[in-house]
Design a protein around this ligand. Structure first.
Ligand SMILES: *Cc1c(COP(=O)(O)O)cnc(C)c1O
Length: 283
């Protein structure tokens, strides 16, 4: 989040931040509180059905903006963007940490893509940045070398000793993704996995997701039990079945099923079965 303004934003420039949840808000704050003029665009509203919905019409660049920023999948809120705003000549910078390689992305539409490896690629400790060549060479003078994209490019990502184990694991994950149909294959798997849970939630009358159908993340299914008093019991029983990590992010509460690439359909079928049985036992 710091590297983006440090590499792109001149002291007297400003950037547009399209906020759709926790992580885009964090990126906005990092820029606004430490580095410069970040313009906040709130792009999610509660619609008439009570769902969070992304309003693409709010994703308008301000004339003169240096870049526009968004998060392609809001991991905490379960909101994914399946459409991109038209930012004209203003480079679009995106955080893909939680949905990178879960579906095809047209890289040419972005000025820079940034993502942590720990959700879909490799163990924690590796961050990947993909930058359009013409956006290099703009870092502020005092940008630490280790965050300076131009330096990292010049040293072929080995300015300092890289996290070689995570790199190695990333290579294996890329091979595995290729062998399983590439990003297209991943997309098919992730549609299948997430629809199984969303379709059930919608018909259950026991669970509810807060996100409008068009914006529902295929990797982070965020939901609540209508009777929140059952939360602790739900988590305890899930754990007995080896279904772990279902507790929602601390800033939001509720439940979250993260269906990253490594999660097999079989695991999601187990979750579906458990959710159904739990609902039947408590209705
Ligand atoms: C996980 C995540 C982050 C933060 O990654 P850390 O390495 O934990 O700081 C940022 N953005 C998105 C979209 C994420 O999912």
């Amino acid at each position: 989040f710091a590297a983006i303004p440090l590499n792109l934003l001149p002291e007297d420039g400003f950037a547009d931040y399209f906020v759709t949840g926790h992580w885009s808000r964090s990126a906005y704050k990092e820029c606004a509180e430490r580095f410069g003029d970040a313009r906040l665009h709130e792009c999610v509203f509660t619609n008439k059905d009570g769902y969070y919905e992304v309003d693409m019409s709010k994703m308008q660049v301000t004339k003169g903006a240096t870049y526009a920023y968004l998060c392609l999948n809001e991991t905490v809120n379960g909101v994914e963007l399946f459409e991109l705003p038209d930012t004209g000549d203003v480079p679009l910078i995106a955080d893909l940490s939680s949905n990178v390689l879960t579906r095809p992305i047209d890289v040419r539409k972005f000025g820079a893509l940034v993502f942590g490896a720990q959700k879909n690629i490799a163990p924690a400790g590796l961050t990947v940045t993909i930058v359009r060549k013409d956006l290099l060479g703009r870092a502020r003078k005092y940008t630490p070398s280790v965050l300076d994209w131009t330096v990292l490019d010049k040293y072929e990502s080995m300015f300092n000793t890289p996290n070689s184990f995570a790199w190695y694991m990333a290579g294996l994950a890329f091979d595995w993704i290729e062998a399983n149909g590439g990003t297209k294959g991943m997309e098919e798997r992730n549609i299948k996995k997430s629809s199984l849970i969303y379709d059930y939630i919608d018909e259950s009358g026991f669970y509810r997701t807060q996100v409008a159908p068009k914006d529902r993340s295929r990797v982070n299914v965020v939901f609540n039990l209508l009777n929140e008093d059952l939360n602790a019991e739900f988590l305890a029983q899930a754990k007995e079945r080896h279904l772990i990590g279902l507790k929602g992010h601390k800033v939001l509460g509720g439940m979250r099923a993260s269906l990253y690439n490594a999660m097999e359909l079989k695991g999601v079928e187990e979750l579906h079965k458990f959710m159904r049985e739990f609902a039947e036992a408590h209705s």
